[in-house]
Design a protein. Sequence first.
Length: 656
Amino acid sequence: MYPAPPPAPQRDFISVTLSLGRGSEDGKGWRRRSCWRKWKQLSRLQRNVILLVVAFLMLCGLLSYISVADPWKAVRGRSPGEQKTGPANPPALLAPQKADADPKTFPGAPPQRPQRHFQRGPPRLPIQVPTEGEKDRRLEESRRRAGVAGGAGQGEHTQRAEVGWMGPVMGPWRGTQHPWRKAEAPTRPSLQASRTQTRPATPNERQKAVIDAFRHAWTGYRKFAWGHDELKPVSRSFSEWFGLGLTLIDALDTMWILGLKKEFGEARKWVSKKLQFQKDVDVNLFESTIRILGGLLSAYHLSGDALFLRKAEDFGNRLMPAFRTPSKIPYSDVNIGTGAAHPPRWTSDSTVAEVTSIQLEFRELSRLTGLRKFQEAAEEVSRHIHSLSGKKDGLVPMFINTHSGLFTHMGVFTVGARADSYYEYLLKQWVQGGKRETRLLEDYIEAVEGIKRHLVRRSEPSKLTFVGELAHGQFSPKMDHLVCFLPGTLALGAHHGLPADHMELAQALMETCYQMNHQMETGLSPEIVHFNLYPQKAHKDVQVKPADRHNLLRPETLESLFYLHRFTGDPKYQDWGWQILQSFNTYTRVPSGGYSSISNVRDPHNPQPRDKMESFFLGETLKYLYLLFSDDPDLLSLDTYVFNTEAHPLPIWAPA
Ligand code: DMJ
């Protein structure tokens, strides 16, 4: 018995049998039949299904051809080098040429032909109405992605700059204005036009020596501290402060200016792939603003690469909780991961210099993003301090309380640590804003008068002009090396039309700062000096206490030499800077890579390396040296740029 046959399967599909090939046994019969007859034998439904399938397959083929062909075309269009590395920002990185050559080949190498690589950057920044909602943020972000690199149709709300062979040259300004600023007069966010730079950088011998020094420092950082905050060159390791690659970010624009294309590209890649701010870490508001925010903004302006602006905006947002205090005077520290902000453990005070030296960066961040909150928070602080009592002829105390908003530790006045960049930023904000904010100018001029009246004296026997300190009416002839920023700032003010005696004071102080280096056995200034006030035999003008003998590779003397040389053209300033560079090379250069701060500038036989290379050595010291040795006033023109207190150039906004 066979089991009953299974029921016929229900057909819920159409069977299409395509007989496109046959066995050899019936091949003859198949060939005799024409395709057409076979096609006719099919039902209408079967024919339609076949047509549909064929059409679908053709469509798929077409689409996959398009998606493969486009990138292929793009790859074939690039240079071999670019095909290999996938350039992060090809136009920008084309710019630096000459300095990228091996420094050893410089002396005898034939001069390269000038090359012109004009780029556009930062191109057509979208200026938008600030938006708070997430939907708008996303819209803004996508617009920025598309638009910062060249969003069309921005009309008059665009800015444009040309990036030349080495850094940008702001092109003819097309007048931008934030919608939210339209009603406000003082600071129209637009850039001054400047002369277009038509020549490439051909570093002179001294600039090549700076490039060599930078490369040596960078080699150490790259080998032993890559991605960490600071190099410890002697122990060939690193130290962390914020854990944000501080040296790398601080050095970005220096690499651009020095023409170090390869190094810049590598660092850019790190920023793109590794730098992230979602971290449970406390940062100091001031230090991270001037180094990280300033560094990113400047890298953005020079390279035109929107990556840096995105990072800057992200970072700026994370700093904002610091301003949430009863007085709106920000706390010194903020956790960029959690948003928790707080004063230092031992006090609820903030340092006056710190809370008044973040404005250039926050204002520029607002101008670029169209988000007014950054500028408002920072300007609220300076407005508050403008109207605060407790100053002495424009001089400010060193501390301010975050709860009461009042100055504390009254009666002590210095232009050194804790107050220095308050004075610097009064002038520089006025310059940045197109010289329209008279409140800032008045405060600055008053402060310079206060400095002259209360703090400036002359030493004996050489009559060096110096800036001392005042404590409760008592003058102290103590001067921090930090004060050596002042000659440069005074000269900058004079250049921008302030009284000529500011320039005279600048030149006198410059001589003193040089002597603070020159009179030391290593040729490097100590951290603090005391000047002799009494004409006694065998007393020297400059005296150093044992605890003050260290040198941290600071930039201030070189910073001022740069300004003084720029405005006077006197080559002696370059010669003085050259001497200091020699001293850095002799006493602080570590053979395996990097430079180290030292503990004793008075002992050339044992300067006692401290095993630390501060990020500002690359961010400031070497940058100012390189600029000092340039005889080209258009290289980062001081009519186009204002340098923040960490030497990061930011554009000057044009007057309305
Ligand atoms: C830098 O971080 C800045 O220049 C700041 O204004 C003062 N201290 C260092 C350099 O000395």
